[in-house]
Design a protein around this ligand. Structure first.
Ligand SMILES: C[S@@+](CC[C@H](N)C(=O)[O-])C[C@H]1O[C@@H](n2cnc3c(N)ncnc32)[C@H](O)[C@@H]1O
Length: 237
């Protein structure tokens, strides 16, 4: 995956993206927003905001900045969620998640929904998310991760070589993802579609050394490759 192929894929998806990726995953988007303590003026950065499908779930008093590399996806967002009707929208900006143009600690919350398996370098993106998030702030990722067995695994393996064309990596796995950041893991929660989509919650502080070692070994508690049947919480909220 490279930025040019991503831009090309999402130029193609933009006109019908909401039809295909809207309704089925909106429960996950809602759950992400529900995790937030939405105080007036709360500064939220949405990485890869796309067509802005999460915007209506935020309180009207928070400040959402949405960034994306796709002009066409952002055009849909700007049209559908104009600031005069959705005062929670501060701005939609064209920007690469791997090279954010914001000073350190600019946001209390940084969110990425359906982006980590799209972006060329997820580790770089996570580092940038941590940099622009205030110390102790919240970082939340909503994503589909590779299935471990059954027909879904076979389908994901079959379409994985087409990643550049379809615009995401269907075989991106949760354990790999968790080794890409040293931020403190708060929980791996059910996201959408009966747990097939996961919601990963971090606090923006370095995690204890022991947890980092466990993650590197791939056996941190609650990060089984199996879809987790119920919500798992690690550590205090
Ligand atoms: C599957 S869509 C998700 C859109 C939205 N977050 C949602 O919940 O529907 C992935 C989005 O990530 C964007 N994207 C991919 N790589 C990016 C990057 N390096 N920087 C910013 N946005 C990126 C794509 O343009 C696309 O809009």
């Amino acid at each position: 995956m490279d930025l040019d192929s991503i831009k090309k894929s999402y130029r193609f998806y933009a006109p019908f993206y909401n039809l295909v990726f809207g309704h089925r995953i909106n429960s996950g988007r809602k759950k992400v927003v529900r995790l937030l303590d939405q105080k007036p003026g709360l500064r939220v950065l949405e990485i890869g905001v796309g067509t802005g499908l999460s915007v209506p779930y935020y309180d009207r008093t928070v400040e959402i900045t949405g960034i994306d590399v796709s002009t066409e996806m952002l055009d849909v967002a700007r049209k559908k969620y104009p600031q005069d009707k959705f005062p929670q929208v501060k701005e939609f900006l064209e920007m690469d998640a791997q090279d954010l143009q914001f000073p350190d600690g600019s946001f209390e919350v940084v969110v990425a929904m359906l982006v980590v398996s799209v972006v060329p370098d997820p580790e770089k993106m996570l580092a940038e998310m941590a940099r622009v998030c205030a110390p102790g702030g919240k970082i939340i990722v909503l994503n589909h991760f590779a299935s471990q067995k059954g027909p879904m695994k076979r389908i994901e393996n079959l379409i994985a070589p087409l990643s550049r064309r379809i615009g995401f990596r269907p075989d991106f796995c949760l354990k790999t993802f968790l080794t890409l950041t040293d931020r403190k893991l708060i929980g791996v929660h059910k996201g959408a579609i009966n747990g097939m989509w996961k919601m990963i919650e971090f606090e923006n502080t370095p995690c204890p050394k022991k947890e980092q070692e466990e993650r590197a070994k791939g056996n941190s508690e609650g990060t089984d490759e199996e879809p987790t049947p119920s919500e798992i919480s690690l550590g205090a909220k």
